[in-house]
Design a protein around this ligand. Structure first.
Ligand SMILES: C[S@@+](CC[C@H](N)C(=O)[O-])C[C@H]1O[C@@H](n2cnc3c(N)ncnc32)[C@H](O)[C@@H]1O
Length: 221
């Protein structure tokens, strides 16, 4: 099937199915090890009343550093599966309140939920779009791990240069709220166009320089 240019017709059915089953994928050993390596520090920070922020799919972690500077009281965990992107080549100096973790996000989220961690903010900036219709299940809102975002909580901020991704993500949050009314809040996910003064990420910079529109979904879980 070809590129998709409107909301996927199976979105509601897929999201509802994921909310009716527990996420049970076995955890990859490398992510378990990465989680174990930071677990103590994160738990101590939470116990000391420091807010916890995730920057999932952080890539080169440019955003992780900026978010940490803007939230100096918080511990900011940047998560990406690519060792090359997380390498020192990009991250020569990071604020002290940053932890960078090479891990599979879905597994890391699952372990964080099991540990009872609650987020203050959760950034997912420019995730891989998987624009072909047949790849809906690879997008975060079509992934079986999507309900974990609800359990982690916090203010969720997702950005993409593909409006359909952000529209679908907002709709999927609403479908999730139907399935988990106990977590329902008196508000809806908001989609808006953003024009950041200074780019948060390298992808954001690239898209801005080429004049593309940038979309954001914002929701407090
Ligand atoms: C398009 S890049 C965006 C990176 C960065 N947020 C930015 O805007 O510059 C997507 C990133 O997501 C990471 N990624 C994709 N799927 C992932 C997963 N399941 N777990 C962890 N990282 C993932 C990739 O390694 C890549 O660095």
């Amino acid at each position: 099937m070809d590129a998709q240019n409107s909301i996927h017709k199976n979105l509601e059915q897929l999201v509802t199915k994921h909310f009716s089953t527990d996420y049970q994928k076995p955890i990859a050993q490398h992510t378990q090890d990465a989680f174990d390596a930071v677990k103590q520090q994160v738990s101590t920070s939470l116990a000391g009343d420091h807010p916890l922020i995730f920057d999932s799919c952080c890539g080169t972690a440019m955003s992780t550093g900026i978010i940490a500077q803007q939230n100096s009281h918080a511990l900011v965990v940047g998560i990406d599966r690519s060792a090359a992107r997380l390498s020192k080549e990009y991250n020569k100096s990071m604020p002290k309140n940053v932890l960078l973790v090479q891990a599979e996000c879905s597994d890391f989220w699952s372990l964080a939920v099991a540990e009872g961690w609650k987020l203050d903010k959760h950034f997912i900036l420019y995730p891989n779009p998987y624009p072909k219709s047949k790849h809906l299940k690879r997008r975060w809102h079509g992934h079986p791990a999507f309900p974990l975002l609800f359990s982690l909580g916090g203010s969720l901020i997702l950005r993409s240069n593909w409006s359909v991704y952000v529209e679908e993500f907002c709709m999927a949050l609403e479908f999730g709220l139907k399935s988990r009314p106990v977590e329902k809040l008196n508000q809806k996910p908001i989609m808006k166009v953003v024009e950041p003064k200074t780019p948060l990420t390298l992808f954001e910079k690239k898209y801005q320089e080429s004049g593309q529109s940038l979309y954001q979904c914002e929701f407090r879980l």
